[in-house]
Write a protein that binds this ligand. Sequence first.
Ligand SMILES: [Zn+2]
Length: 425
Amino acid sequence: MSPPSSLSENQKSRFERLVAEVLASNPFYQAKYRPLGLDSERLPRFEELHRLPLTRKAELVEDQASHPPFGTDLTFALDRYSRLHVTSGTSGHPLRWLDDEESWDALVDCWHEAYRAAGVGRPDRVFVAFSFGPFLGFWTAFHAAQRSGALVIPGGTLTTVQRLASMLDIETTALVCTPTYALRLAETAQQRGLDLAASPIRVTLHGGEPGASVPNVRSRIESAFGASCFDHAGATEVGSWGYACDVGANLHVNERHFIAEVIDPETLEPVEPDADGIECGELVLTTLSRIGSPVIRYRTGDFVRLTRRPCSCGCGYVTLLGGVLSRVDDMLIVRGVNVYPSAIENLVRELPEIGEFEMLAAQEREMAELLLRIEVESGRPGVVAERLARRVRQAFSLRPTVETVEPGSLPRHEGKARRFKRRVR
Ligand SMILES: [Zn+2]
């Protein structure tokens, strides 16, 4: 792994190539930077990155709407692109994203890094329990498993019971799915008397949604599968930017392919590290290896706590403590203190009696209201609900309403789970 100085040199040379190519022929960024006096004659320097304008998803959506079907964030002629993926559209209109061969190779390399860090390769058998829809992550996870030297099995279009049978029959050693779906597999296995912990599965890797860095979600998955659980983060328009090492429930940003910054989501200014050296705010990423369709200073909408202190795994990359803590828009503020939905989820997952759940929140100035709907699978529902209410109250000075609902009545998720919802008052 590279020491920080060579990492920074590598970022600098990649950034210089990126802006040279983009300002020569990418209409989206040419138009964006022209008012700043930047063009192929006057390129932004690496040291000036933080002064460049941010890129918002809404801009990309507008650009595609006014220049259908692919928009103008394209550096090369259309016939050079070989893959098209689409974002989930959970936060607005879906985006179409084109990649050329060089970008695709880098995207696969990013997921490959996640497998390497989790110790997955030859002779592992990797079961990819995704639906293989239009999102980028399914495909990069699959191709990277193949690149790692493992035997890779696509688990799309199967029922949960069929997936379990297939995983056990072929003696899968590594499972890739969303953290929610891992819990669903565990729930179904338990109902059918299957002991996943006794199976050869030794590693689970999770993408598609945050959660695998939430301590009590991790421990539930690890004990159900008798395996080590690894988080991963990515987005179709960015790529596979973050992965977990075996040191803790954190994420590294893969700085070989991305530049990470943290901004204050209100002022949009870079965040200074606090007394512990932690930068707390919205993660902003620049894609260094996706020249054909880049994002430069892209607002991810993810709220993180970033430290530049070296991790003992030796990778030299920055670390996001606790992974992605929340969507910026989902955060609650109680008496001036940020409360992340992931922290509430951690309390819910601490109680083994609770199966599926959902959170509904309303916020007006400093007043936050929280409704938790829980499925109680064992024990007395009223007692479990009261225990959860007490824990949330003690942890966040927030008095939640806890409702118990019939087991099996809340939605089960296979793809991106959406357990947190805003209520309009
Ligand atoms: Zn590490």
